[in-house]
Design a protein around this ligand. Structure first.
Ligand code: PMP
Length: 390
């Protein structure tokens, strides 16, 4: 029953029709864009392009309203029950959003001897900003300690018991990830909150989950959430930062002093509309079924080692932890070479380090990542190519 639904959905991505011989399996790096997003951008640029937050003529007013609408939709898309645009900042991506939390909020909160928990095996964008705050404060004579987020060996999960022990009365902030960009695991925000207790602010990097699954910030008890719009079907140079109301005044809407990325906001708005109409819960079931199919196939081939969460869909009836991506290694072929070989079959995957932080995998891997438009056929083509190298 899902297949006709999916054919129709996939047909809305013109780039896929334009290149039928190629399979784009790198959606965790950036997503393809549906026609609705392209149309919204073109309509905006050909009917109402102006600057936002200034001007009193209709195009300027409409632009201001479109940017505001995008901020409102970000709150809604994150499951905030009463979204308020003052809680949302549009940014150029997750990286800028994390740096904004670090520079504009966290730096003011820390005193000498305070501690911050940093996930050193997650994306580099979720490591550098906290190091920069530490270094900035050190120059002012305030010494802050970065404590490594503990990981379980082998699975890529955080070690929640060790995290509970790593949290001290001096812990002021915990940086975490929702879905890991190499392991594909859902990192279990509820268990992170339980481990750190109710009072320590948590910042969630939701770059690999927004657009892939319904996000419920009304039930995920975090204080900040960031994501990347370009991985969620919007244009490059888009992303957002959401802050819980109590932290809201810290957000400085820099866009209103300079010119905001109006076209990006229009694209984000259209992308979030598209995802809602497509039904993010259905997209979630679809991409998890694809990665389960791939993981199961890899487990039947002798040459591949899957990183991160290794259980299959069938084994995880209640909590499905592997999300939209799978990383793996071949026992003999270096990952960079495997990427080249796969492209000979038209398969576009990501290989090597994937911007993972310093304590992550040193030997690299091939990462296959999916989105709403990825087809079963593309996964099966990949499996065939991998089988030929087994
Ligand atoms: N965090 C994670 C988990 C990511 O996967 C990425 C992108 N690879 C980023 C942050 C950076 O996002 P952006 O490109 O929007 O700055």
């Amino acid at each position: 029953a899902l297949e006709p639904w999916h054919r129709e959905l996939r047909a809305q991505f013109p780039i896929l029709r334009a290149a039928p011989g190629l399979a784009y399996l790198d959606s965790a790096a950036t997503s393809q864009k549906p026609q609705a997003v392209l149309d919204a951008v073109q309509t905006y640029l050909t009917t109402a392009n102006a600057n936002a937050g200034r001007g009193s003529y209709p195009w300027a007013n409409r632009t201001t309203a479109l940017v505001e609408k995008a901020r409102q939709q970000v709150g809604e898309a994150l499951g905030d029950p009463c979204p308020d645009t003052s809680q949302v900042l549009l940014t150029s991506g997750a990286t800028e959003a994390l740096r904004t939390v670090a520079r504009d909020w966290l730096a003011d909160q820390l005193a000498d001897g305070d501690e911050v928990v940093v996930p050193f095996a997650d994306h580099q964008a979720n490591i550098t900003p906290w190091q920069e705050v530490r270094d900035l404060l050190a120059r002012r004579g305030i010494h802050v300690r970065l404590r490594p987020m503990p990981y379980q060996s082998g699975s890529g999960d955080y070690d929640h018991a060790a995290l509970a022990e790593a949290v001290t009365p001096r812990t002021r902030f915990v940086a975490t990830t929702h879905v890991h960009h190499v392991y594909g695991n859902d990192m279990n925000v509820h268990r992170i909150r339980a481990a750190v207790g109710p009072d320590v602010p948590i910042c969630l990097d939701a770059s690999q989950s927004v657009g892939h699954q319904p996000i419920r910030l009304d039930t995920l008890d975090v204080d900040f959430a960031v994501f990347s719009g370009h991985k969620a079907l919007a244009l490059p140079g888009t992303g957002a930062l959401w802050a819980r109301q109590a932290r809201g005044p810290a957000l400085r809407p820099a866009g209103w002093a300079g010119t905001p990325n109006t076209v990006g906001a229009v694209s984000l708005s259209a992308a979030l509309d598209w995802l809602r109409a497509a039904d993010t819960a259905r997209v979630h079931r679809w991409t998890r079924a694809l990665t389960a199919r791939l993981t199961d196939a890899l487990s039947r081939l002798g040459s591949y080692q899957v990183l991160g969460c290794r259980t299959s869909l069938a084994a995880e009836s209640t909590v499905q932890r592997r999300q939209s991506l799978v990383s793996f290694r071949h026992r003999a072929i270096p990952s960079g070479d495997l990427g080249f070989v796969l492209f000979d079959s038209g398969l576009m995957v990501r290989s090597d380090q994937h911007c993972q932080g310093g304590s992550g995998e040193r030997t690299g891997s091939v990462r296959v990542s999916t989105h709403a438009y990825t087809s079963v056929d593309e996964i099966d083509r990949l499996v065939e190519a991998l089988r030929a190298l087994d």
